[in-house]
Design a protein around this ligand. Structure first.
Ligand code: GLN
Length: 479
Protein backbone atom coordinates (compact mmCIF):
# COMPACT_ATOMS: atom_id res chain seq x y z
CA UNK A 1 0.00 0.00 0.00
CA UNK A 2 1.26 3.49 -0.83
CA UNK A 3 1.61 6.06 1.96
CA UNK A 4 -1.13 8.27 0.56
CA UNK A 5 -3.60 5.37 0.65
CA UNK A 6 -3.29 4.67 4.38
CA UNK A 7 -6.14 5.22 6.82
CA UNK A 8 -5.45 7.13 10.06
CA UNK A 9 -5.07 3.86 11.97
CA UNK A 10 -2.69 2.34 9.42
CA UNK A 11 -0.60 5.52 9.22
CA UNK A 12 -0.40 5.66 13.04
CA UNK A 13 0.80 2.04 13.21
CA UNK A 14 3.40 2.74 10.53
CA UNK A 15 4.72 5.77 12.43
CA UNK A 16 4.86 3.92 15.75
CA UNK A 17 6.68 0.95 14.19
CA UNK A 18 8.99 3.43 12.41
CA UNK A 19 8.21 1.98 8.99
CA UNK A 20 8.28 5.57 7.74
CA UNK A 21 8.72 9.00 9.31
CA UNK A 22 6.09 11.73 9.71
CA UNK A 23 8.13 13.82 7.28
CA UNK A 24 8.06 11.06 4.65
CA UNK A 25 4.31 10.70 5.11
CA UNK A 26 3.77 14.45 4.81
CA UNK A 27 6.02 14.69 1.75
CA UNK A 28 4.13 11.85 0.07
CA UNK A 29 0.96 13.95 0.31
CA UNK A 30 2.60 17.26 -0.64
CA UNK A 31 4.12 15.64 -3.76
CA UNK A 32 0.82 14.10 -4.70
CA UNK A 33 -0.97 17.43 -4.25
CA UNK A 34 1.57 19.11 -6.49
CA UNK A 35 1.06 16.51 -9.20
CA UNK A 36 -2.66 15.80 -9.02
CA UNK A 37 -4.38 18.86 -7.61
CA UNK A 38 -3.87 20.59 -10.94
CA UNK A 39 -6.70 18.36 -12.12
CA UNK A 40 -8.94 18.12 -9.03
CA UNK A 41 -8.56 21.66 -7.61
CA UNK A 42 -9.38 20.61 -4.05
CA UNK A 43 -7.04 23.05 -2.25
CA UNK A 44 -7.18 26.85 -2.08
CA UNK A 45 -4.02 27.18 0.03
CA UNK A 46 -1.19 24.71 0.65
CA UNK A 47 0.54 25.13 4.02
CA UNK A 48 3.78 23.39 3.12
CA UNK A 49 5.97 25.09 5.74
CA UNK A 50 3.50 24.54 8.56
CA UNK A 51 3.09 20.87 7.56
CA UNK A 52 6.82 20.20 7.20
CA UNK A 53 7.78 21.81 10.50
CA UNK A 54 5.02 19.96 12.40
CA UNK A 55 6.07 16.65 10.81
CA UNK A 56 9.66 17.24 11.94
CA UNK A 57 8.50 17.99 15.47
CA UNK A 58 6.54 14.73 15.54
CA UNK A 59 9.55 12.77 14.25
CA UNK A 60 11.49 14.21 17.19
CA UNK A 61 8.74 13.10 19.56
CA UNK A 62 8.65 9.59 18.07
CA UNK A 63 12.42 9.23 18.55
CA UNK A 64 12.02 10.14 22.26
CA UNK A 65 8.69 8.60 23.29
CA UNK A 66 7.14 5.20 22.79
CA UNK A 67 3.56 6.43 22.80
CA UNK A 68 2.23 9.20 20.59
CA UNK A 69 -1.34 10.49 20.20
CA UNK A 70 -3.21 8.71 17.43
CA UNK A 71 -3.41 11.80 15.19
CA UNK A 72 0.24 12.83 15.71
CA UNK A 73 2.01 13.20 12.38
CA UNK A 74 -1.10 12.38 10.33
CA UNK A 75 -1.73 14.89 7.51
CA UNK A 76 -5.16 16.49 7.16
CA UNK A 77 -6.92 19.09 5.04
CA UNK A 78 -9.11 21.82 6.56
CA UNK A 79 -12.14 23.44 4.94
CA UNK A 80 -11.40 27.09 4.26
CA UNK A 81 -14.03 28.40 6.65
CA UNK A 82 -12.19 27.05 9.73
CA UNK A 83 -9.52 29.36 11.15
CA UNK A 84 -5.88 28.25 11.37
CA UNK A 85 -3.68 30.87 13.01
CA UNK A 86 -1.52 32.90 10.59
CA UNK A 87 -2.96 31.10 7.56
CA UNK A 88 -5.17 32.73 4.93
CA UNK A 89 -8.85 31.92 5.45
CA UNK A 90 -11.12 32.93 2.57
CA UNK A 91 -14.39 31.00 2.96
CA UNK A 92 -13.91 30.85 -0.85
CA UNK A 93 -15.02 34.48 -1.06
CA UNK A 94 -13.38 37.48 -2.70
CA UNK A 95 -14.33 39.53 0.34
CA UNK A 96 -11.90 37.48 2.47
CA UNK A 97 -9.37 36.75 -0.28
CA UNK A 98 -6.45 38.19 1.72
CA UNK A 99 -7.70 37.62 5.25
CA UNK A 100 -5.14 35.99 7.56
CA UNK A 101 -6.65 34.22 10.57
CA UNK A 102 -5.46 35.64 13.87
CA UNK A 103 -6.26 32.58 15.98
CA UNK A 104 -6.97 28.85 15.80
CA UNK A 105 -10.50 27.47 15.82
CA UNK A 106 -11.04 25.26 18.88
CA UNK A 107 -11.10 22.08 16.78
CA UNK A 108 -7.76 23.12 15.22
CA UNK A 109 -6.32 23.80 18.67
CA UNK A 110 -7.33 20.29 19.73
CA UNK A 111 -5.86 18.73 16.60
CA UNK A 112 -2.63 20.70 16.95
CA UNK A 113 -2.36 19.54 20.57
CA UNK A 114 -2.33 15.98 19.19
CA UNK A 115 0.41 16.87 16.70
CA UNK A 116 -1.79 16.81 13.59
CA UNK A 117 -0.13 17.97 10.35
CA UNK A 118 -2.14 20.55 8.39
CA UNK A 119 -1.52 20.26 4.63
CA UNK A 120 -3.73 23.14 3.56
CA UNK A 121 -7.16 24.73 3.26
CA UNK A 122 -9.77 23.28 0.94
CA UNK A 123 -12.12 24.75 -1.62
CA UNK A 124 -15.82 25.17 -0.88
CA UNK A 125 -18.91 27.04 -2.00
CA UNK A 126 -18.62 30.68 -0.97
CA UNK A 127 -19.43 30.98 2.76
CA UNK A 128 -20.63 27.32 2.55
CA UNK A 129 -23.63 28.23 0.39
CA UNK A 130 -24.09 25.62 -2.28
CA UNK A 131 -24.16 21.92 -3.09
CA UNK A 132 -21.51 21.61 -5.78
CA UNK A 133 -18.41 23.70 -4.94
CA UNK A 134 -19.15 25.72 -8.07
CA UNK A 135 -20.04 28.77 -5.98
CA UNK A 136 -16.40 29.17 -4.94
CA UNK A 137 -15.21 32.64 -5.98
CA UNK A 138 -11.96 31.07 -7.21
CA UNK A 139 -12.56 27.84 -9.18
CA UNK A 140 -14.76 24.74 -9.03
CA UNK A 141 -13.41 21.47 -7.59
CA UNK A 142 -13.82 18.28 -9.61
CA UNK A 143 -15.00 14.86 -8.52
CA UNK A 144 -12.05 12.41 -8.47
CA UNK A 145 -14.39 9.60 -9.65
CA UNK A 146 -15.37 11.57 -12.77
CA UNK A 147 -13.76 14.91 -13.47
CA UNK A 148 -16.72 16.12 -15.53
CA UNK A 149 -18.85 16.01 -12.36
CA UNK A 150 -19.10 18.04 -9.15
CA UNK A 151 -17.69 16.71 -5.86
CA UNK A 152 -20.77 18.00 -4.02
CA UNK A 153 -20.80 20.91 -1.62
CA UNK A 154 -20.18 22.93 0.20
CA UNK A 155 -17.25 20.89 1.66
CA UNK A 156 -16.46 19.59 -1.85
CA UNK A 157 -12.74 20.38 -1.62
CA UNK A 158 -12.40 18.37 1.61
CA UNK A 159 -14.32 15.36 0.24
CA UNK A 160 -12.44 15.40 -3.08
CA UNK A 161 -9.11 15.64 -1.22
CA UNK A 162 -9.97 12.55 0.87
CA UNK A 163 -11.32 10.60 -2.13
CA UNK A 164 -8.31 11.54 -4.27
CA UNK A 165 -5.84 10.58 -1.49
CA UNK A 166 -4.64 14.18 -1.32
CA UNK A 167 -4.84 14.03 2.50
CA UNK A 168 -5.39 11.29 5.06
CA UNK A 169 -8.59 12.91 6.39
CA UNK A 170 -10.30 16.29 6.34
CA UNK A 171 -12.56 18.64 8.28
CA UNK A 172 -15.78 19.99 6.81
CA UNK A 173 -18.79 21.92 8.07
CA UNK A 174 -22.44 20.98 7.67
CA UNK A 175 -25.31 23.47 7.79
CA UNK A 176 -27.61 21.46 5.54
CA UNK A 177 -25.68 18.45 4.30
CA UNK A 178 -22.36 20.05 3.41
CA UNK A 179 -20.36 17.21 4.97
CA UNK A 180 -22.70 14.35 4.07
CA UNK A 181 -23.58 15.18 0.47
CA UNK A 182 -19.98 15.66 -0.77
CA UNK A 183 -18.97 12.52 1.18
CA UNK A 184 -21.74 10.67 -0.65
CA UNK A 185 -20.77 12.08 -4.09
CA UNK A 186 -17.07 11.25 -3.54
CA UNK A 187 -17.52 7.78 -1.98
CA UNK A 188 -16.09 8.62 1.46
CA UNK A 189 -17.40 8.83 5.04
CA UNK A 190 -18.84 12.11 6.40
CA UNK A 191 -20.10 12.66 9.96
CA UNK A 192 -22.33 15.59 10.90
CA UNK A 193 -22.29 15.68 14.72
CA UNK A 194 -25.20 16.65 16.98
CA UNK A 195 -25.58 20.43 17.26
CA UNK A 196 -23.36 21.37 20.20
CA UNK A 197 -21.13 18.28 20.10
CA UNK A 198 -18.24 20.14 18.42
CA UNK A 199 -17.31 23.75 19.21
CA UNK A 200 -18.06 26.26 16.46
CA UNK A 201 -15.50 28.74 17.81
CA UNK A 202 -13.33 29.76 14.86
CA UNK A 203 -15.77 28.52 12.23
CA UNK A 204 -16.79 31.35 9.91
CA UNK A 205 -20.52 31.49 10.61
CA UNK A 206 -23.06 30.79 7.90
CA UNK A 207 -26.25 29.97 9.87
CA UNK A 208 -25.27 29.70 13.52
CA UNK A 209 -28.21 27.58 14.71
CA UNK A 210 -27.44 24.93 12.09
CA UNK A 211 -23.63 24.91 11.51
CA UNK A 212 -21.52 22.00 12.80
CA UNK A 213 -17.92 20.98 12.11
CA UNK A 214 -17.25 17.30 11.44
CA UNK A 215 -14.80 14.80 9.91
CA UNK A 216 -14.59 13.49 6.34
CA UNK A 217 -12.59 10.26 6.27
CA UNK A 218 -11.80 7.09 4.34
CA UNK A 219 -13.31 4.77 6.95
CA UNK A 220 -15.88 4.89 9.75
CA UNK A 221 -13.19 3.99 12.29
CA UNK A 222 -11.24 7.10 11.23
CA UNK A 223 -14.35 9.29 11.60
CA UNK A 224 -14.68 8.10 15.19
CA UNK A 225 -11.02 8.89 15.95
CA UNK A 226 -11.36 12.47 14.68
CA UNK A 227 -14.76 13.05 16.28
CA UNK A 228 -13.47 11.90 19.67
CA UNK A 229 -10.64 14.44 19.47
CA UNK A 230 -12.60 17.48 18.27
CA UNK A 231 -15.82 17.06 20.30
CA UNK A 232 -16.61 18.37 23.79
CA UNK A 233 -17.51 21.47 25.76
CA UNK A 234 -15.69 24.67 24.87
CA UNK A 235 -16.00 27.73 27.12
CA UNK A 236 -15.66 29.83 23.94
CA UNK A 237 -18.86 28.39 22.42
CA UNK A 238 -21.82 28.56 24.77
CA UNK A 239 -23.82 26.15 22.59
CA UNK A 240 -21.22 23.39 22.97
CA UNK A 241 -21.88 20.54 25.37
CA UNK A 242 -19.81 18.17 27.45
CA UNK A 243 -20.42 14.86 25.73
CA UNK A 244 -18.19 12.50 27.67
CA UNK A 245 -20.80 11.88 30.41
CA UNK A 246 -23.48 10.81 28.01
CA UNK A 247 -24.08 7.05 28.15
CA UNK A 248 -24.25 5.52 24.73
CA UNK A 249 -26.21 2.31 24.35
CA UNK A 250 -23.99 -0.37 22.83
CA UNK A 251 -25.17 -1.42 19.45
CA UNK A 252 -25.85 -5.00 18.72
CA UNK A 253 -27.24 -5.19 15.21
CA UNK A 254 -29.47 -8.14 16.24
CA UNK A 255 -31.60 -6.02 18.57
CA UNK A 256 -31.46 -2.89 16.50
CA UNK A 257 -34.64 -1.20 15.31
CA UNK A 258 -34.00 0.64 12.06
CA UNK A 259 -36.64 3.07 10.84
CA UNK A 260 -37.01 3.71 7.11
CA UNK A 261 -39.00 6.91 6.48
CA UNK A 262 -41.38 6.21 3.62
CA UNK A 263 -41.35 9.82 2.42
CA UNK A 264 -37.61 9.57 1.68
CA UNK A 265 -38.27 7.04 -1.06
CA UNK A 266 -41.08 8.93 -2.77
CA UNK A 267 -41.01 11.20 -5.79
CA UNK A 268 -37.76 12.67 -7.11
CA UNK A 269 -35.39 9.86 -6.14
CA UNK A 270 -33.25 8.28 -8.87
CA UNK A 271 -34.48 4.63 -9.14
CA UNK A 272 -30.89 3.33 -9.14
CA UNK A 273 -30.11 5.23 -5.92
CA UNK A 274 -33.28 3.80 -4.36
CA UNK A 275 -32.29 0.26 -5.36
CA UNK A 276 -28.78 0.53 -3.92
CA UNK A 277 -29.85 2.11 -0.62
CA UNK A 278 -32.70 -0.39 -0.14
CA UNK A 279 -30.37 -3.30 -0.77
CA UNK A 280 -27.97 -1.82 1.81
CA UNK A 281 -30.78 -1.70 4.37
CA UNK A 282 -31.70 -5.32 3.47
CA UNK A 283 -28.17 -6.40 4.37
CA UNK A 284 -28.71 -5.05 7.89
CA UNK A 285 -31.99 -7.00 8.02
CA UNK A 286 -30.14 -10.16 7.02
CA UNK A 287 -27.85 -9.61 10.03
CA UNK A 288 -30.86 -9.60 12.33
CA UNK A 289 -31.86 -5.92 12.49
CA UNK A 290 -35.54 -5.15 12.72
CA UNK A 291 -36.62 -2.86 9.84
CA UNK A 292 -39.71 -0.69 10.37
CA UNK A 293 -41.35 1.69 7.94
CA UNK A 294 -41.92 5.06 9.63
CA UNK A 295 -43.32 8.41 8.60
CA UNK A 296 -41.79 11.89 8.98
CA UNK A 297 -44.49 14.06 7.40
CA UNK A 298 -43.26 17.53 8.42
CA UNK A 299 -39.61 16.72 7.99
CA UNK A 300 -39.93 15.77 4.39
CA UNK A 301 -42.64 18.06 3.17
CA UNK A 302 -41.52 21.27 4.86
CA UNK A 303 -37.85 20.93 5.78
CA UNK A 304 -36.37 22.60 2.71
CA UNK A 305 -38.82 25.51 2.73
CA UNK A 306 -38.18 26.01 6.46
CA UNK A 307 -34.42 25.81 5.95
CA UNK A 308 -34.54 28.34 3.12
CA UNK A 309 -36.19 30.89 5.47
CA UNK A 310 -34.16 30.28 8.65
CA UNK A 311 -30.77 29.87 6.95
CA UNK A 312 -30.89 33.11 4.85
CA UNK A 313 -32.18 35.04 7.88
CA UNK A 314 -29.12 33.97 9.89
CA UNK A 315 -26.89 34.51 6.85
CA UNK A 316 -28.09 38.09 6.48
CA UNK A 317 -27.25 38.77 10.13
CA UNK A 318 -23.90 36.91 10.16
CA UNK A 319 -22.61 38.40 6.93
CA UNK A 320 -23.42 41.98 7.97
CA UNK A 321 -19.93 42.17 9.51
CA UNK A 322 -18.27 42.12 6.06
CA UNK A 323 -18.75 45.78 5.37
CA UNK A 324 -15.48 46.94 3.85
CA UNK A 325 -14.35 48.29 7.23
CA UNK A 326 -13.93 45.40 9.67
CA UNK A 327 -12.55 42.60 7.50
CA UNK A 328 -11.05 41.86 4.12
CA UNK A 329 -11.84 43.58 0.87
CA UNK A 330 -12.51 47.28 1.15
CA UNK A 331 -13.27 49.72 -1.60
CA UNK A 332 -11.92 52.64 0.44
CA UNK A 333 -8.38 52.38 -0.77
CA UNK A 334 -8.57 51.61 -4.46
CA UNK A 335 -11.42 53.70 -5.74
CA UNK A 336 -11.17 56.81 -3.64
CA UNK A 337 -12.63 59.04 -6.29
CA UNK A 338 -15.86 57.03 -6.57
CA UNK A 339 -16.48 56.75 -2.86
CA UNK A 340 -18.50 59.66 -1.55
CA UNK A 341 -19.52 58.47 1.89
CA UNK A 342 -19.55 55.53 4.31
CA UNK A 343 -22.59 53.98 2.64
CA UNK A 344 -20.64 53.87 -0.62
CA UNK A 345 -17.88 51.91 1.14
CA UNK A 346 -20.41 49.36 2.37
CA UNK A 347 -22.26 49.05 -0.90
CA UNK A 348 -19.25 48.86 -3.21
CA UNK A 349 -17.24 46.50 -0.99
CA UNK A 350 -20.16 44.12 -0.60
CA UNK A 351 -21.22 44.28 -4.26
CA UNK A 352 -17.72 43.41 -5.38
CA UNK A 353 -16.80 41.07 -2.54
CA UNK A 354 -19.82 38.77 -2.48
CA UNK A 355 -20.83 36.38 -5.27
CA UNK A 356 -24.30 36.12 -6.74
CA UNK A 357 -25.53 33.22 -4.54
CA UNK A 358 -24.38 34.94 -1.35
CA UNK A 359 -26.11 38.19 -2.35
CA UNK A 360 -29.29 36.27 -3.22
CA UNK A 361 -29.40 34.73 0.26
CA UNK A 362 -28.62 38.00 2.07
CA UNK A 363 -31.55 39.59 0.24
CA UNK A 364 -33.91 36.69 1.00
CA UNK A 365 -32.94 36.76 4.67
CA UNK A 366 -33.22 40.51 5.02
CA UNK A 367 -36.69 40.30 3.50
CA UNK A 368 -37.79 37.43 5.80
CA UNK A 369 -36.66 39.38 8.87
CA UNK A 370 -38.04 42.77 7.91
CA UNK A 371 -40.88 44.47 9.78
CA UNK A 372 -44.22 43.26 8.49
CA UNK A 373 -42.82 40.01 7.07
CA UNK A 374 -41.06 38.60 10.15
CA UNK A 375 -44.21 36.93 11.54
CA UNK A 376 -45.28 35.54 8.20
CA UNK A 377 -41.90 34.02 7.34
CA UNK A 378 -39.26 33.79 10.08
CA UNK A 379 -41.59 33.14 13.00
CA UNK A 380 -43.66 30.64 11.02
CA UNK A 381 -40.50 28.82 9.94
CA UNK A 382 -39.37 28.55 13.58
CA UNK A 383 -42.74 27.01 14.50
CA UNK A 384 -42.41 24.45 11.73
CA UNK A 385 -38.87 23.75 12.90
CA UNK A 386 -40.38 22.66 16.23
CA UNK A 387 -42.82 20.36 14.43
CA UNK A 388 -39.93 18.84 12.50
CA UNK A 389 -38.05 18.19 15.75
CA UNK A 390 -41.20 16.56 17.16
CA UNK A 391 -41.48 14.35 14.07
CA UNK A 392 -38.11 12.86 14.97
CA UNK A 393 -38.86 12.64 18.71
CA UNK A 394 -42.00 10.64 17.96
CA UNK A 395 -40.26 8.27 15.56
CA UNK A 396 -37.25 7.79 17.87
CA UNK A 397 -39.62 6.37 20.51
CA UNK A 398 -40.14 3.42 18.17
CA UNK A 399 -36.76 2.98 16.47
CA UNK A 400 -33.08 3.42 17.37
CA UNK A 401 -31.81 4.93 14.13
CA UNK A 402 -33.11 5.94 10.72
CA UNK A 403 -31.64 4.89 7.38
CA UNK A 404 -32.18 6.95 4.23
CA UNK A 405 -30.35 7.86 1.05
CA UNK A 406 -27.97 10.82 1.62
CA UNK A 407 -28.87 12.39 -1.72
CA UNK A 408 -31.65 11.52 -4.20
CA UNK A 409 -29.15 11.62 -7.07
CA UNK A 410 -25.49 10.75 -7.73
CA UNK A 411 -22.92 13.49 -8.47
CA UNK A 412 -24.23 15.71 -11.26
CA UNK A 413 -22.32 17.31 -14.13
CA UNK A 414 -20.39 20.55 -13.60
CA UNK A 415 -22.60 23.40 -14.77
CA UNK A 416 -25.77 21.28 -14.80
CA UNK A 417 -27.57 23.12 -11.99
CA UNK A 418 -25.86 26.50 -11.98
CA UNK A 419 -28.59 28.32 -13.87
CA UNK A 420 -31.39 26.85 -11.74
CA UNK A 421 -30.85 27.58 -8.03
CA UNK A 422 -34.07 25.77 -7.06
CA UNK A 423 -32.97 22.46 -8.54
CA UNK A 424 -29.64 22.87 -6.70
CA UNK A 425 -31.55 23.50 -3.43
CA UNK A 426 -33.66 20.36 -4.02
CA UNK A 427 -30.60 18.12 -3.88
CA UNK A 428 -30.45 18.83 -0.10
CA UNK A 429 -33.90 17.35 0.51
CA UNK A 430 -32.84 14.39 2.70
CA UNK A 431 -30.42 16.39 4.81
CA UNK A 432 -32.16 19.64 5.80
CA UNK A 433 -34.39 18.17 8.54
CA UNK A 434 -31.38 16.69 10.35
CA UNK A 435 -29.79 20.14 10.80
CA UNK A 436 -33.10 21.77 11.73
CA UNK A 437 -33.58 19.14 14.46
CA UNK A 438 -29.89 19.30 15.49
CA UNK A 439 -29.38 15.53 15.11
CA UNK A 440 -26.22 13.53 14.33
CA UNK A 441 -26.02 11.77 10.95
CA UNK A 442 -23.39 9.98 8.94
CA UNK A 443 -23.08 9.28 5.23
CA UNK A 444 -21.26 6.09 4.27
CA UNK A 445 -20.56 4.59 0.85
CA UNK A 446 -23.22 2.03 -0.03
CA UNK A 447 -22.62 1.17 -3.70
CA UNK A 448 -22.20 2.73 -7.13
CA UNK A 449 -24.32 3.68 -10.10
CA UNK A 450 -21.93 3.06 -12.96
CA UNK A 451 -18.79 4.74 -11.67
CA UNK A 452 -20.55 7.11 -9.26
CA UNK A 453 -20.64 6.46 -5.50
CA UNK A 454 -23.96 6.45 -3.62
CA UNK A 455 -24.21 7.28 0.10
CA UNK A 456 -26.40 5.78 2.80
CA UNK A 457 -27.40 8.17 5.58
CA UNK A 458 -27.79 6.93 9.18
CA UNK A 459 -29.54 9.42 11.45
CA UNK A 460 -29.31 9.03 15.24
CA UNK A 461 -30.80 10.44 18.43
CA UNK A 462 -29.09 13.53 19.87
CA UNK A 463 -25.54 12.78 21.09
CA UNK A 464 -25.68 9.16 19.95
CA UNK A 465 -22.76 9.55 17.58
CA UNK A 466 -21.19 6.40 19.02
CA UNK A 467 -24.22 4.37 18.09
CA UNK A 468 -24.44 5.55 14.47
CA UNK A 469 -20.67 5.09 14.18
CA UNK A 470 -20.96 1.51 15.54
CA UNK A 471 -23.70 0.68 13.04
CA UNK A 472 -21.86 2.37 10.20
CA UNK A 473 -18.79 0.34 11.13
CA UNK A 474 -20.72 -2.92 10.90
CA UNK A 475 -22.05 -1.73 7.54
CA UNK A 476 -18.54 -0.84 6.37
CA UNK A 477 -17.49 -4.42 7.01
CA UNK A 478 -20.42 -6.21 5.34
CA UNK A 479 -20.78 -4.14 2.21
N1 GLN B 1 -26.50 22.97 0.12
C1 GLN B 1 -26.64 23.69 1.34
C2 GLN B 1 -26.89 25.14 1.05
O1 GLN B 1 -26.63 25.57 -0.05
C3 GLN B 1 -25.40 23.46 2.09
C4 GLN B 1 -25.20 24.28 3.29
C5 GLN B 1 -24.16 23.74 4.17
O2 GLN B 1 -24.31 22.64 4.70
N2 GLN B 1 -23.12 24.50 4.39
O3 GLN B 1 -27.35 25.86 1.88
Amino acid sequence: MELHELTINQAHQGLVKREFSALELTKAFLDRIEKLDKKIFSYLTITKNLATSEAKTIDGLISREKKIPILAGIPLAVKDNILVENIRCTAASKILENYIASYDATCIKKLKAQGAVILGKTNMDEFAMGSSCEHSAFFPTKNPHDESRVPGGSSGGSAAAVAGNLCCYALGSDTCGSIRQPASFCGVVGLKPTYGAVSRYGLIAMASSLDQIGPITKTVADAKIVFDVISGKDPLDSTSIKTSNIQHPTSNIKDLKIGVPKEYFAKGIDPEVEKIVKSGIKKCEALGANIKEVSLPYSTEHALATYYIIMPSEVSANLARYDGIKYGLSKIKNQKSNIKNLLDVYLKSRAEGFGEEVRRRIMLGTYALSAGYYEAYYLKAQKIRTLIRKDFERVFKKVDVLMTPTSPIPAFKLGEKMTDPLSMYLSDIYMAAVNLAGLPAISIPCGKVENLPIGLQIIGKPFEEDRILDIANIFDKIK
